[in-house]
Write a protein that binds this ligand. Structure first.
Ligand code: UFG
Length: 328
């Protein structure tokens, strides 16, 4: 049995869809940002808090857990600048509670969702796992703190772990059953698609004076199903004993500017966006693009889905969501 903490959230729910094909899964989620409907019906669901030792103990008492995957973090760069306490309490404090309970129940395999935000403003165009980590916002720092804690726990307590540094997760499940659904939504692709569906007046481009080709920020967009598959190979590596302590980037290796993303959304949907050029958003690095060769070399994983197909899948999901809302 694999415990997926945060399995009702955007990335967690896509992981559960993949994982359930080969493993029994228990999801622990407090539904603060995730959705009950997003959890695959074949998974066991327990509503509870990552930071509550009592809730965790209930799960570890009842189920025989082989490994834990942790998706239950707050993950918005902008929000973390406004509310660092919230980020450190949950992303660091509550994760420590989880690690403590894991130790108590002798569960020593852990897959951790980390982020490109740990790199801060990288000094190289293509980020490898060796690139220095200097996060520039509390979100990135909260994730990096846990990375350090995992390394210490590996040395002292024999924890076996894989840290996966996601670049920009996007897209939706192939059947459009589940997809990105944040409230409020702050991410670029869903915002553009909601606008193209007539659900938002206009879109804002945050910053047009970055040192990039067209002045807007560049990101590496990766499909959630590609991310989910990386977790499966990481888990197999831990369970087989091949991996003991590893950190991998998960990206496509190709960067797109905010303007290019908007243009691709327009092309995919055949609609025109109304764009406002706005101020920079606090905490945003100009460029974050990954080299993910390490995980390809060691575990044979490679991102397969490019930006256009990512947006096509997200578009199918947003249309479906919009139809569902209209029929309610
Ligand atoms: N952006 C806009 N307008 C919007 C929304 C976003 O111009 O309305 C811009 C942002 O300023 C940024 C880019 O689009 O330059 C991407 O922004 P997102 O909010 O979609 O994503 P972020 O890059 O801020 O962050 C995401 C995740 C983080 C993760 C990071 C890794 O939310 O958890 O990717 O690169 F750390």
């Amino acid at each position: 049995m694999i415990l997926v903490v945060g399995g009702a959230g955007y990335i967690g729910s896509h992981l559960v869809k993949e994982l359930i094909k080969t493993k029994e899964v228990v999801v622990l989620d407090n539904l603060s940002t995730g959705h009950r409907w997003a959890i695959d019906k074949k998974a066991i669901f327990v509503q509870g808090d990552l930071g509550s030792e009592k809730d965790l103990v209930k799960v570890f008492e009842k189920y025989s857990i082989e490994a834990v995957m942790h998706f239950a973090a707050f993950s918005l760069v902008g929000e973390s600048m406004q509310a660092p306490q919230k980020y450190y309490d949950n992303n660091v404090g509550a994760t420590l509670t989880l690690l403590r309970v894991m130790r108590k129940y002798n569960v020593n395999k852990f897959i951790f969702s980390s982020t490109a935000a740990t790199y801060g403003i990288p000094s190289v165009d293509m980020i490898t796992e060796e690139t220095a980590t200097n996060p520039i916002n509390p979100y990135g720092r909260s994730k990096l703190m846990i990375e350090h804690i995992l390394a210490d726990f590996a040395l002292s307590y024999g924890l076996k772990y894989v840290t996966l540094r996601y670049f920009n997760a996007a897209g939706a499940y192939e059947t459009a059953e589940i997809g990105e659904d944040h409230d409020p939504e702050t991410h670029l692709i869903p915002i553009v698609l909601e606008h193209l569906l007539g659900q938002r007046e206009q879109i804002s481009v945050f910053g047009t004076d970055y040192e990039t080709q067209d002045g807007t920020c560049i990101r590496d967009y990766i499909h959630v199903t590609d991310l989910a598959k990386a977790h499966i190979v990481a888990m197999q590596g831990l369970l087989s004993g091949q991996l003991k302590a590893a950190t991998y980037n998960l990206g496509n290796g190709k960067g797109y500017s905010v303007k290019e993303v908007i243009e691709t959304c327009e092309r995919v949907t055949g609609r025109r966006a109304k764009v406002e050029l706005a101020e920079r958003r606090l905490g945003d690095p100009a460029r974050l693009v990954a080299l993910s060769e390490k995980i390809e070399r060691e575990l044979g994983w490679k991102a397969e889905i490019g930006l256009e197909a990512i947006i096509e899948s997200a578009w199918r999901w947003h249309q479906r969501k919009s139809d569902t809302l209209a029929s309610q």
